[in-house]
Design a protein around this ligand. Sequence first.
Ligand SMILES: Nc1ncnc2c1ncn2[C@@H]1O[C@H](COP(=O)(O)OP(=O)(O)O)[C@@H](O)[C@H]1O
Ligand SMILES: [Mg+2]
Length: 243
Amino acid sequence: MTAKRVPTGMDMLDGIIGGGFRHGKNYLLSGETGTGKTIFGLQFLVKGFELGEGGVYVSVDEKPSDVIEDANSFGFDFEERIEENNLLILDYSSHFDQLREKSKEIDVRKIVGDLNKYLKEINAKRLVIDPIAPFIVKDDTIWEIRRYIRALFYSLDTLDCTSVLTSAIPTGTNQLSQYGIEEFYASGVIVLSIRQLEKMQYRRIIFVRKMRGTPYELEPYVFDFEYGKGIVIQRKLSEEYVF
Ligand SMILES: Nc1ncnc2c1ncn2[C@@H]1O[C@H](COP(=O)(O)OP(=O)(O)O)[C@@H](O)[C@H]1O
Ligand SMILES: [Mg+2]
């Protein structure tokens, strides 16, 4: 049986990856700061609202009021969605501080169990965790981190929702994630970047780096932001060059 596809909110992206994400899977969205990860996450939820699917947005770095403002700047009315019980914005920044105070190790099952409770509360089919890194305990050994990340992804896999997990990659590196492990366990990896093409010419680029169960062309695409839409993919990067 082929898995049900979940439209991402970006028509061109859906076209590239065979109709969208696979239902119930986890996708890593990597990119340096300012490349559009948060906007992608908001847009993914907005598509869900259009389809009558609730969404949960877990915010770690930004205050919920800032997330609402980000959404507003694109014409997405998140306050209305919250009132209608279609959206929950969870502020996890203080949550982690409290958890760490109690015990050094963060229990994956407890975190994902809590998340599941919130997802069920509004019958959410979409989850955005922005960003995923604070879910991982930094001071452990690499083996513990690896074990933890695997457990985290496996637990997320048990949820009846499709997840976008953002990962801020250090500026100027080729890494895909903070720990270099997250990408192995994700069903797909999408990389956002800003590239300088020629003198003073910058482009926003979206590149599908990995997409399990989906044949696709390895091509970077150029995108812009549009009011009312968010990320809008324009064309292949290769079409920008005149040979
Ligand atoms: N309303 C808007 N219209 C157009 N572009 C925007 C708007 N809001 C933010 N941006 C652009 O998006 C960038 C930030 O995107 P964001 O998703 O917050 O990045 P990230 O989460 O990867 O750090 C800003 O630097 C700005 O260039
Ligand atoms: Mg962000």
